[in-house]
Design a protein around this ligand. Structure first.
Ligand SMILES: [Zn+2]
Length: 376
């Protein structure tokens, strides 16, 4: 059975614009919506093709059918190179043919430049670095914060409104249930989140000529990841360019720029766990790593968004078994060398590096072996 995208349409209720479409994927129906009070969301066929590509590649069914006209450049890349990249990362995905589309007309010139923004280190780095060029901040509810977590949503929304005002940028907030479609088929970090950002970008295509996607990893540590410098530009059309930005800088270097901005230090949001709706718990590994970066840039005391002080016992528990984590610790140790009153932190980090890695690999080997013996 072919997968289908039908009934792409936008409607307005009061100040809220909603764009939605009916999707048939692997014989199941989905209605996926996007809402915003801040911007017109186009009934963009490119958006819904970006959103449905991975689920369609997961279920197979050979084709994805949609009647609307799409950008010829986008049609070519989504039919070919984008699928090649996903299949080299996950060979169990199927190649699918996109049917029923036709080339769109020539686009018009637009002026605005957007950036996706979550309030984290990568987002702030790109926003501050490209401040002169960026006109709009785009924040999506329903991606990293669950739609049901209204307390954290409201707190985050309030902070991001302040950031936009202080930096003189227009803010576009969008709410979507897109993860209801993606989560059953593909993992968010390793595969899906880049396609989800491209979806949002295409919905906003009437407004923007360029949209920045802040990088998570540097050029030196690239591996398959949903948003990637090789993949992200391929979602572009003739009139909207996606730019993967920030691969040139390490976390310490990114935080160095953030440490110069008061508004960033008053609103930085990095926590993945958010226990009890906390903005930054100060206890999880992501919080601890960012606090070390801030200390290395003499900015930890000035950053006001962590619920607790840097706990050296938690620093000493960092698992430094892979090359990226070891490089992260060495880089921070270098940066901390000239920072006063950080002897204890440096000692804790050195101890993490000294801890032998063989017990970890042995344990992993034993686990894999016992799984094999159980026939899994
Ligand atoms: Zn945390």
């Amino acid at each position: 059975m072919p997968n289908q995208i039908t009934h792409i349409h936008s409607s307005t209720t009061g100040h809220t614009v909603t764009t939605e479409a009916d999707l048939l994927i692997g014989g199941k129906d989905y209605t996926i919506y996007f809402k915003s009070k801040d911007a017109l969301l186009a009934a963009s066929p490119e958006a819904f093709l970006s959103a449905t590509l991975l689920p369609s590649m997961r279920v197979g069914g050979e084709s994805l059918f949609m009647e609307e006209k799409v950008s010829p450049l986008f049609f070519d890349t989504i039919s070919n190179t984008i699928q090649d990249i996903y299949r080299s990362w996950d060979p169990t995905l199927h190649r699918i043919k996109i049917n029923g589309t036709a080339p769109a007309e020539e686009p018009t010139e637009k002026e605005r430049v957007g950036t996706f923004f979550s309030g984290g280190v990568d987002s702030f780095y790109t926003l501050l670095k490209k401040q002169d060029e960026i006109t709009d901040i785009i924040f999506v509810h329903g991606f990293d914060i669950r739609l049901s977590d209204t307390a954290l949503r409201n707190k985050t929304s309030e902070k991001i409104n302040t950031i936009a005002k202080r930096l003189g940028k227009n803010l576009i907030e969008i709410e979507t249930n897109l993860r209801d479609l993606l989560n059953p088929y593909v993992k968010w970090g390793p595969l899906a989140h880049g396609a989800a950002l491209a979806t949002i970008g295409h919905l906003l295509s009437p407004h923007f000529r360029r949209i920045f996607i802040p990088a998570t990893h540097t050029y030196a540590e690239l591996f398959p990841w949903g948003s990637h410098p090789v993949l992200d530009p391929l979602w572009s059309t003739e009139s909207l360019k996606f730019i993967h930005d920030g691969c040139e800088a390490t976390r310490v270097e990114k935080v160095k720029l953030i440490a110069q901005s008061d508004i960033a230090l008053e609103s930085l949001r990095v926590c993945w766990k958010n226990p009890n709706g906390s903005y930054n718990c100060g206890q999880c590994e992501k919080c601890i790593r960012t606090m070390i970066n801030l200390a290395a840039n003499e900015a930890l005391e000035r950053c006001t968004t962590f619920d607790s002080k840097l706990n050296l016992r938690l620093v000493s528990k960092i698992k430094a078994y892979d090359d990226n984590t070891r490089a992260f610790i060495k880089e921070n140790l270098d940066a901390l060398r000239d920072v006063k009153e950080t002897e204890q932190l440096r000692r804790a980090l050195r101890n993490v590096l000294r801890r032998p890695v063989w017990p970890y690999y042995l344990k992993r080997r034993i686990k894999a072996e016992s799984r094999r013996l159980r026939g899994k």
